[in-house]
Every structure is written in structure tokens, then in C-alpha cells.
Design a protein around this ligand. Structure first.
Ligand code: ZN
Length: 234
């Protein structure tokens, strides 16, 4: 007897768009389409009512047609938007998880932070000119209407957003580990820098002090994660 997989993977075209290993199989199962579901929900109504499409793609025009979600291949609503010259179709579920990010079901930040670091680096290059950005900037897909992108580019930007759990990750660590803050991250309280031993320090003075102190004695200086999201300039 052949055992069917409980969950199907991503649409193969979409899966090829993201860095290898970005999603583990158990993570894909949280948003890829369950193979056993028949799709009996009121799809047209849910697609029409979702607010997540407007959050991610302001100024879009909903076409009120049901096609196939480009990410998970569930039924999804079609729309047009200035950032892409072609009709786009994403289901309300994929749009929702792109807005919220995957939930941290494992209840440990280690895996979620590693996944987010890869996704933040890729998004910075794709969408933010290689510069650091804050978590709140993920809510809207940024693109120049004068330079429309391909549907596959939107697929990738949504998938990378899905990979980033929201509201609980150490954003400063992620920016530094992604190579987006080599000169520190500027905050209202000072500049956060990564000391040679990997800990975060809150100022240049503190960093130089650590460099001086370290040969004399080894001391623990774990710092409470600094809330960075609202204070770093785009
Ligand atoms: Zn979908």
C-alpha cells in the first residue's frame, strides 16, 4: 500500500526561488496545502474579504476571479498591481502567513533566528538595495512601479517574508549576522556593536572597554536584547 504524504511541498517553481534549506519539511507543512483537504471552504468569499493582500500590495485591484495560488497551489484570488505587469494569484492563507511570518511552533528562537537571518539577507538584496531594514518594513512589498518586477520576484518576496517569524526575534543580532550592520546599528540609546566575542555592546566606549578588560579577566556580559524595530532608520 502506498502511503500518501500528509502535506504536499511548495509549488516546485516557487520552491526553486528561495535559498536551499530555507524551509525544513515540518515548516512547509504549516503552510503548504494539505493533500487530503477537498477545498470545501467558501473560497471566493474568503479571497474577497482578506485584508492581507491590501497590506502587502497597497493599490492593487482585486479581480474577483479564482485561480491557483502561485505558492501553494490552493485556489486563490487574482489581482493586478502596479509593481508587476502580470496578474498575480495568491491564496488568503499564503498572504496571511507572509504578513505574520511562520509561528515559532518549536518555542525556541534558535531555528527561527537562523531561518530569518537567511531570509533577511536575501530580502535586503532583493528589495532594500542591500541595506538594513526594520521588521515593520516587511508588512508591505516594496517595488518601484516604474520598474515592474516579474511574478516570480513577488513569489520570492512573499516566501522570504513567510520565513521570518515576527515580533520575537533578536533583530539586531539578525542584522549583524546577516552582514547588514558591520558598522553597528544606530539606536536612540547609542550604537549597538558586536564585540569580538560575539556579544552585543551598546556603545563604542563599551566596546573599547571590553577589548581592554578581556586580557585581565573573563567576565560574562550578556545583554538583554535591545528593542530595535522602532528606532532604526530605514
Ligand atoms: Zn497559497
Amino acid at each position: 500500500m502506498v502511503t500518501e504524504p500528509t502535506f504536499r511541498p511548495l509549488n516546485p517553481d516557487a520552491a526553486d526561488l528561495v535559498p536551499d534549506g530555507l524551509f525544513e519539511a515540518s515548516e512547509l507543512a504549516r503552510f503548504a496545502r494539505p493533500a487530503h483537504k477537498s477545498g470545501a471552504e467558501p473560497t471566493a468569499l474568503l479571497e474577497r474579504l482578506t485584508t492581507h493582500r491590501g497590506t502587502l500590495v497597497p493599490g492593487h485591484t482585486y479581480l474577483d476571479t479564482i485561480g491557483t495560488c502561485r505558492i501553494c497551489e490552493r485556489p486563490g484570488g487574482g489581482f493586478r498591481a502596479p509593481l508587476c505587469a502580470q496578474t498575480l494569484t495568491y491564496c488568503h492563507r499564503c498572504l496571511a502567513v507572509a504578513v505574520d511570518g511562520l509561528p515559532n511552533m518549536a518555542a525556541t528562537l534558535t531555528r527561527a533566528t537562523a531561518r530569518a537571518t537567511v531570509a533577511v539577507r536575501a530580502l535586503a538584496d532583493d528589495e532594500f538595495g542591500g541595506a538594513a531594514f526594520v521588521e515593520s518594513q516587511l508588512s508591505t512589498i516594496h517595488a518601484d512601479p516604474q520598474l515592474p518586477v516579474l511574478p516570480a520576484d513577488i513569489d520570492r518576496r512573499l516566501l522570504l517574508r513567510i520565513a521570518i517569524t515576527r515580533g520575537q526575534l533578536p533583530w539586531t543580532h539578525i542584522l549583524i549576522d546577516a552582514g547588514l550592520a558591520d558598522n553597528g546599528v544606530r539606536l536612540s540609546r547609542g550604537t549597538v556593536l558586536k564585540a569580538a566575542d560575539g556579544h552585543l555592546c551598546l556603545s563604542l566606549q563599551e566596546k573599547s572597554g571590553r577589548r581592554l578588560l578581556r586580557p585581565l579577566r573573563h567576565r560574562s556580559h550578556a545583554r538583554t536584547p535591545v528593542p530595535v524595530r522602532q528606532t532604526v532608520e530605514p
